[in-house]
Design a protein around this ligand. Structure first.
Ligand SMILES: *Cc1c(COP(=O)(O)O)cnc(C)c1O
Length: 409
């Protein structure tokens, strides 16, 4: 299950203090290629890696080599993408409640700007000026169901309603915008390809209606991110081949024989690409037995907040004890003064001892990125395992000086 041996992990953990994140370059490249292969039929298809999932330039460089662009949601993310050499329409700026300065930067870098609200059209025109290519984010409301991570579309803060979209494209056209994109993102961590195909079909149908009613050409359709990964052992990965084929069938049905050029497809997957290929390594520090059995780790919720925030499940391996019977039940906890500072609750594991090295799986996306400094906790380092068998530090751990750096004494 682990793409590296126990000896290798022990050696890395001897050289770098835990906790730290470890990314598997080969796995990341493989995931990027598999998604690209599922859309090999779609000319110009590109995944714009959602930088918020793993905002590390070294990871983005690897993905850029695989042909990915970047989906950025803030100025710092735009700057990371620009620093690794992505430019112009290799970047999509999908933000919400956006400040003018960030629109200005996106415009200056030539990124595709994807507007989250009808009101942002005027705002962009007034503060920055309108670009030649403009995209809008659709919120289908009651037409799709969403899920617990992202919320139900009707209650989600993102995107424009269907009626607003017609108004928005017409207004943009009047204001001189010449090229158009359409985007939606209504689910997160979805493992059912049929649900994602249904969303794509909805978007294609809407694009046709917009084109017919307004006489515009939607040249870019962005299906968003949200492809899930199997966090639980009983889950299976989404069938990318079936997904690609399902989207292809809908695309062909809706755009065959159209007079204008059929739209280029894009996605903004983060989790699918890096999620399964990142690991959090942490040692057991203390064991505590009260009303339950606790294993206190040297990592905390400040390193990985998904379990505490969403009740998310992450598999945990105990290095060297993989083949032992999971005869005990532990809550794996950090050292925050917060009772939801837990990586797993009532998890069946082999008997643990202080010093055991644990590997928390599937943390390559929305892991380190969501870290925080509550309780004076310092965020962990990131290491890359390149394909040549070496180990590379790609972000050092935070220090107390980093923590104090913003204080005005
Ligand atoms: C978070 C996000 C993504 C990436 O989501 P994944 O679940 O990592 O694929 C893509 N697009 C937008 C607009 C997002 O907010």
């Amino acid at each position: 299950m682990l793409p590296f041996g126990a000896e290798q992990l022990r050696a890395i953990a001897a050289a770098h203090p835990t906790p730290f994140y470890l990314y598997d370059e080969q796995g990341i490249r493989g995931a990027a290629r598999a998604l690209q292969a599922a859309f090999a039929w779609a000319p110009g298809f590109r995944n714009f890696f959602a930088l918020k999932a793993t905002p590390n330039p070294h990871i983005l460089t690897i993905l850029a080599e695989e042909g990915s662009g970047a989906d950025c949601s803030s100025l710092p993310e735009l700057l990371i993408a620009a620093r690794v050499g992505l430019h112009g329409e290799q970047m999509i700026f999908t933000s919400n409640n956006t400040p003018a300065a960030e629109f200005a930067a996106a415009r200056q870098l030539g990124a595709v700007i994807n507007l989250d609200d009808l009101g942002h059209l005027d705002y962009l025109a007034r503060h920055v000026g309108l670009p030649e290519l403009l995209s809008f984010r659709y919120n289908p409301g009651p037409l799709r169901t969403g899920n617990p991570i992202i919320g139900h579309p009707e209650a989600a803060k993102f995107g424009l309603t269907r009626d607003q979209l017609f108004t928005a494209y017409a207004a943009a056209q009047r204001a001189g915008v010449e090229r158009f994109g359409l985007h939606t993102m209504v689910v997160s961590n979805e493992l059912d390809s049929a649900a994602l195909v249904a969303t794509a079909t909805l978007l294609f149908t809407l694009a046709r209606e917009l084109q017919a009613q307004l006489g515009i050409t939607i040249e870019l359709i962005n299906l968003g991110g949200g492809i899930g990964i199997p966090y639980r052992p009983e889950e299976a990965p989404l069938d990318l081949v079936a997904f690609g084929a399902g989207v292809r069938a809908a695309y062909t049905a809706l755009f065959r024989g159209m007079e204008s050029r059929p739209p280029t497809l894009a996605m903004e997957c983060g989790r699918l690409i890096t999620g399964p290929h990142g690991y959090l390594l942490t040692h057991v520090r203390h064991l505590k037995h009260t009303y339950r059995h606790y294993a206190g780790l040297d990592a905390t919720m400040a390193d990985l907040m998904r379990p505490g925030m969403y009740g998310a499940y992450h598999q945990v391996s105990v290095l060297g004890k993989e083949h032992m019977v999971p005869s005990e039940r532990y809550d794996l906890v950090g050292s925050l003064c917060e009772n939801n500072d837990k990586f797993a609750i009532d998890r069946e594991l082999p008997p643990l001892e202080p010093g055991d090295l644990l590997v928390i799986h599937d943390v390559g996306a929305h892991g380190r990125a969501m870290g925080f400094n509550y309780n004076g906790k310092l965020r962990s380092a990131e290491l890359l395992l390149p394909q040549d068998g070496t180990t590379r530090l790609i972000r050092r751990a935070e220090t107390i000086d980093d923590y104090f750096a913003t204080i005005v004494w």
